[in-house]
Ligand binder design. Sequence first.
Ligand SMILES: C[S@@+](CC[C@H](N)C(=O)[O-])C[C@H]1O[C@@H](n2cnc3c(N)ncnc32)[C@H](O)[C@@H]1O
Length: 229
Amino acid sequence: MNLSVRDAEVAEVMDDPDCDPKRLAATLRRFDTVNRFVSGWGGVYRSRLRPHLAALGRPARVLDLGCGGGDLPLRLARLADRDGLDVEWLGVDPDPRAIAVAQERTAPRVTFRCTDAATLLSEEARFDIVLSNHVLHHLSEVELRAFAADSLGLSIGIVVHSDIRRSRLAYGLYNVGVTPFAPGTFLRTDGLRSIRRSYRVAELAATLGDPWRVSTASPFRILAVATDG
Ligand SMILES: C[S@@+](CC[C@H](N)C(=O)[O-])C[C@H]1O[C@@H](n2cnc3c(N)ncnc32)[C@H](O)[C@@H]1O
C-alpha cells in the first residue's frame, strides 16, 4: 500500500446512500469503542476544551459537526459534567441514518439533530466551541474549505477539527487492532480507506490556509484549530 500520496479517489462504504443499513448502524454504534481507542479526545478535552469552557465563567454551548452515532458529545458531556462545567451539547449530521443511531443514545443536555452547518448559519446559531471528529477526510477539497469556513462562522470561540494522520504505521496497526470490533460492520474496510484518504500536516495546512493551525496531536492524529476573530 502506497501511503506517500493521499488517495482522494477511494470511496468509503458508509458514504454510499445504498449501503447495507444494518451494517451501517452497527458501524456507527461501534465508533464509540474505536473513538475511545484512537481519537485522542480525552487529551484534547483536557488541553483545549476544558480550559476554554472554564475561562468563560458562564453557561456554554458546544457543537459537534458530523457527529455520526453521537458518542463524542456524550463522552465530552460526561467529562464536562464531572468537572462541574455548565455546557449544552449539540451533535448534528446531515445523514439521517447517523442521527437515527445518535438518537438511540440520550443524556442530559445533549441533543442530536439532522442538519448541516449552512442551515445552522442561516438560523444565526452560534457556539462557544465547534468541533468535529473524522469528518475532514470524507470531504472533497471544495467541501472541506466550505466546512472549515462554516465551522468558523458558527463559532464565537474556538474550532477544533480532529482527524486521522496518514501513515504506514497507523494503517498496519489499525488493520490488526480492529479485528475484534470489525465483524458485522464496515470498520475494517472504511477505517483502512479513511487512512488512505486522510491528510498529513503539511497537506492539510496547505489546503486550509489561514487562520488554521494544523498540528500533530499524537502519532496517529492531526488537529486543525482556529479561533474566532
Ligand atoms: C466517519 S463519520 C464520523 C462520525 C463521528 N464524528 C465519529 O467520530 O464517530 C463521518 C461523518 O461525517 C458526516 N459528514 C459528511 N459530510 C459532512 C458535512 N459536510 N458536514 C457535516 N458532517 C458531514 C457523515 O454523515 C458521517 O456521519
